[in-house]
Design a protein around this ligand. Structure first.
Ligand SMILES: [Zn+2]
Length: 195
């Protein structure tokens, strides 16, 4: 195969940012330069995603605050979806809501049942600036929604509630991870009770 024909083949594996990193909690900026630097970023993101064994990766997970994500992800019919999106916009998320296991390279070792729509469509651009529209169902729809959340400064943990959230955060803390410094601190214990 021609050199560079495998996504990430010429990329550099970059360190992953983990839960607690402020960059993961900050919305990313639009890409304005579709240049060689962007092409290199996409290559590095593929290399990093494959090295970590992930199915998707957003740029802020390697500390680059730009609206870019890459994916190599199966859907529920085992069809492979491989690509990248620049300045993506989630235009449709609908169908039934499915709670399924979800994990994140920035929250290693943890998985939690997370609700997502079964169908998603994302519009954006390739690294060369050509418009693209990507749609997916099942696990790939989950991936598209997960990566779009990253670019808004969100994590799948934000979508958990109740016991699932408490369990996931406890596991994260046990793993040495802590929520972002900017996150609201737990209210101090006091004699006051909310209605
Ligand atoms: Zn993630």
């Amino acid at each position: 195969m021609r050199k560079g024909s495998i996504p990430g083949g010429s990329g550099r594996v970059r360190p992953l940012r983990l839960l607690g990193d402020q960059g993961l909690a900050t919305p990313c900026e639009e890409v304005t330069e579709f240049d060689e630097g962007l092409a290199e970023l996409v290559e590095d993101m593929f290399a990093t995603m494959y090295a970590a064994g992930g199915v998707g990766l957003a740029a802020n997970q390697i500390g680059v605050p730009l609206r870019v994500f890459v994916y190599d992800c199966p859907d529920d019919e085992d069809r492979r979806h491989l690509g990248h999106l620049v300045n993506p916009r989630l235009v449709t998320a609908d169908g039934v809501t499915v709670r399924g296991p979800e994990g994140c390279l920035s929250v290693p070792g943890i998985e939690a049942g997370t609700e997502r729509f079964d169908h998603a469509e994302v519009e954006g651009f390739t690294k060369d600036g050509s418009p693209v529209r990507v749609s997916g169902t099942g696990f790939f729809a989950r991936c598209l929604q997960h990566e779009c959340d990253h670019l808004e400064g969100g994590l799948y943990l934000d979508r958990l509630t109740g016991v699932r959230k408490r369990r996931a955060l406890r596991a994260a803390r046990r793993g040495g991870l802590t929520p972002a410094a900017g996150a609201p601190a737990p209210a101090p214990a006091s004699g006051h009770r909310a209605g």
